[in-house]
Structures are given as structure tokens and as C-alpha cells.
Design a binder for this molecule. Structure first.
Ligand SMILES: N[C@@H](CCC(=O)N[C@@H](CS)C(=O)NCC(=O)O)C(=O)O
Length: 199
């Protein structure tokens, strides 16, 4: 299998952290590709030209980090990070979706800020930041659930929070969610998180 990634991408990082946690990194060939430069190999693999993108051993492409995470978790050996039983699976998906939503809002605000002068919408950036600020107390209330192992939910939230530190330091999210910050300070030291630091 071939996995297209880009170091600063929080979406690609999520999949890489999952592979580290499963101890299955050696099962995929990791290919670095900057999607914004439209590299030929990425365009040949996926019409969406986004990372992450997985090309399976059968030769078909799977875009979208959450779909790739689910597929790799199911097909590769190692601990299951997304349970199959409906109850625990629902809880894990809830945390993962909250984390992905924070990443989406944070990423969207960054991209908006990179538009040419005159094309930017401060209102759009504010909307994304407001969503992040509303999500923080919700995640703060999930610290007990996040502290149970390090499944797809916890790792997605951890990647989202580190992306906030990386790209939105001025938000000072930890001051708004001290228990979440304390949890994050522990998990950021995991080898999977350290090995995939975007900085
Ligand atoms: N929903 C997608 C988002 C992927 C995404 O937007 N990746 C960015 C890099 S962080 C990208 O490749 N952007 C290139 C583009 O939008 O053309 C996922 O979860 O994988």
C-alpha cells in the first residue's frame, strides 16, 4: 500500500499516528507530496489531489483521513483503535468527529488567511474560530473518556489540539480548557505523536 502524506497536514498526521499506534508503519509505503504543488504522482493517484490518500494493494484509491483510518484499522494487524461493537464504536466516533471538526475549522481559517488580499473573509475566519471556542468546553468535558486508552477518538483530538498550538497559538486554547491541556501534555509525549510532529 502507498500512503500520500504532507508533514504539516493534520489529516495525514492522524493516519500516521494510527499506523504508529498499531505498530504497522512498515505495512505502507509513505510518500511525501505537497498537494498545493499538484505533484504528478498524487494527481495520478487521486482526482481530489488531497492528502492523505491511500492506494491499496489492489490498486484502488481511498481518499479522506477518516475512511483511511477505518480501512487501515480493519485490515492491518495491531490493536483496534476503532471498536466494532456499536456502543464503544459510537463513543469513539463521537470523539473522532469532534476532533475532526476542530481540525476542519482550524484548517479552514488558515487557508482563508492565505488567500490573496481582498479575497479574504474575516467573517469566515471568525466563524471558524467561534466553532473552535465552542468545541473546547465540550472536549474539556470529555477528558475522562479521552483518558481511556488512545483510540481513534483520542488521537484525532490530540492531533487537532496540536494543530491549534501549531497554527493558532494566539487562541491559547489551553487557558480555556485546563484539564484538556493536562491530558494533552501527557499524550503529546507518545512516540506516535513525537514522530509525527509537523514543526
Ligand atoms: N476531509 C479531508 C481533508 C483533507 C485535506 O483537506 N487535506 C489538505 C492538506 S491538510 C489538502 O490536501 N489540501 C489540498 C487541496 O485542498 O487542494 C480528510 O479528512 O482527509
Amino acid at each position: 500500500m502507498k500512503l500520500f502524506v504532507n508533514k504539516p497536514s493534520p489529516y495525514a498526521r492522524k493516519v500516521l499516528v494510527l499506523l504508529h499506534e498499531k505498530g504497522a508503519l512498515d505495512r505502507v509505503e509513505v510518500v511525501n507530496a505537497d498537494p498545493w504543488a499538484n505533484p504528478a504522482d498524487l494527481l495520478a493517484a487521486t482526482p481530489l489531489a488531497k492528502v492523505p490518500a491511500l492506494v491499496t494493494d489492489e490498486g484502488w484509491v481511498l481518499p479522506e483521513s477518516w475512511a483511511i483510518a477505518d480501512y487501515l484499522d480493519t485490515t492491518l494487524p495491531g490493536p483496534r483503535l476503532l471498536p466494532q461493537e456499536p456502543g464503544p464504536r459510537g463513543l469513539e466516533l463521537r470523539l473522532a468527529a469532534l476532533g475532526q471538526g476542530v481540525t476542519d475549522a482550524a484548517f479552514s481559517a488558515v487557508i482563508e488567511g492565505r488567500r490573496p488580499e481582498g479575497e479574504r473573509s474575516p467573517g469566515w475566519v471568525e466563524r471558524q474560530k467561534a466553532a473552535i471556542l465552542r468545541a473546547l468546553p465540550v472536549l474539556e468535558g470529555e477528558v475522562a473518556a479521552l483518558s481511556v486508552g488512545f483510540g481513534l477518538g483520542a488521537l484525532t483530538v490530540a492531533v487537532a489540539l496540536d494543530y491549534l498550538d501549531f497554527r493558532h497559538a494566539a487562541l491559547a486554547w489551553g487557558e480555556r480548557a485546563p484539564a484538556l491541556r493536562e491530558w494533552f501534555e501527557g499524550v503529546r509525549e507518545r512516540p506516535s505523536m513525537r514522530a509525527t510532529d509537523p514543526r
